[in-house]
Design a protein around this ligand. Sequence first.
Ligand code: 4AD
Ligand code: MG
Length: 461
Amino acid sequence: KTDVKQIYRGSEKFFNQEVIIEGWIRTSRSSKTFGFLELNDGTFFKNLQIVYDDNLINFKEIEKLSISSSIKVKGILVPTPEAKQPFEVKAIEIEVEGNSAQDYPIQKKRHTMEYLRSIAHLRPRTNTYSAVFRTRSVLAYAIHKFFQERGFVYVHTPIITASDAEGAGEMFRLTTLNLDNVPKTDGGKVDFSKDFFGKETNLTVSGQLEAEAYALAYKNVYTFGPTFRAENSNTARHAAEFWMVEPEIAFADLQDNMKLAEDMMKYIISYCLEELPEEMEFFDKFIDNTLLERLENVIKSDFGVLTYTEAIDILKESKEIFQYPAEWGMDLQTEHERYISEKVFKKPVFVINYPKEIKAFYMRLNDDNKTVAAMDLLVPGVGEIIGGSQREERLDLLKQRIIENGMDLEDYWWYLELRKYGGTKHTGYGLGFERAVMYITGINNIRDVIPFPRTVKSAEF
Ligand code: 4AD
Ligand code: MG
């Protein structure tokens, strides 16, 4: 038994040898005495061509198989230097493992992505999604590899939390259906504010606060896990469930943070280009034909840096008509982010030092008392891909910011203690993993880079 990836990567070794392959039929055509199948076995982006003829005892059965039937083929791999594909398998035996019904909903023609979203359980069998989700897997590995090679400790931060890491209130509340575990009020009613854990809990919006605790023990750490946001934004880049990569580094400032983010982006892009040449070429050809040029440029160029104030000035002076005119103090909208990265810089750019009012409570206050040491990385095609900051390490200022934000100091007692016991300057960021997949594949809707996406009013599967 072998697989299609091994054959493509070391084909000479298999030439004129007997091979056994199991996979699904992608296309099938036949005439009276012979037929061709394109087989995909899942291990590789490309199909393997199978030729068979009426020497097969089940020739008639094979000829009638519909798309996506699963089969086992025994045959000889022969080079075909004259043909479109470099080699093919001349079948000796074909065994049917699982028939596919005639109404298989994916045809050879191109389907819209909207349609394929409605069959999320079958779409990984198409070229596009097969490429996207393998890239997603390789990208996840590249991220781990980058941090592990640099000695970062991977911290599994909790999914269920009692604190709001962003202080934005965009959380999904947790309750138990087993009411036996829930305390009752005096009147015998279920007290949901106490619930299973004795207090209100939520799905985490970010692992940052816990990552900070571990950075102040290990110096360099990262998290990589699912996060949840009840944001009511029905856009192509927001999901209710998404994955985030959050490094946190101690004895480091915003400059160090930007350096880490830039190194990471270049590393993970290079890794995908190297490991997935077939998929990347496919994206460039069928999804976005400036992709490869753009990504190769990212690896070569230095990322831009500008302050929020400078960004607002650029937006104000530009001739572009924005839906939301730029004004100091406003949060940058996607249209602004894209204008700056696509039209002005034409490459990834960090925007730093945002007004404190529009950023989270934990960001370090700058000397101007108006802005915080925040950094967002904006990239062409996607907009904000990374959000991060240097953290407020001064206990009194941090307390003040928590109170200003209308939050409860008591909920953050442990977070405050990190400043009390050997606190140091530290910094970190969050990479939206799906946005990174979008960026590297050229896919422009987040629903198409998550196997089973959850967005507002949509959790079909
Ligand atoms: O900018 P955000 O909200 O930052 C944080 O959560 C910090 N705690 C990160 C840190 O400093 N450790 O989110 C970080 C990134 C965004 O830049 C974006 O790429 C992604 O997470 N993101 C989302 N991706 C998909 N759907 C959503 N609803 C997202 N919200 C944020
Ligand atoms: Mg952000």
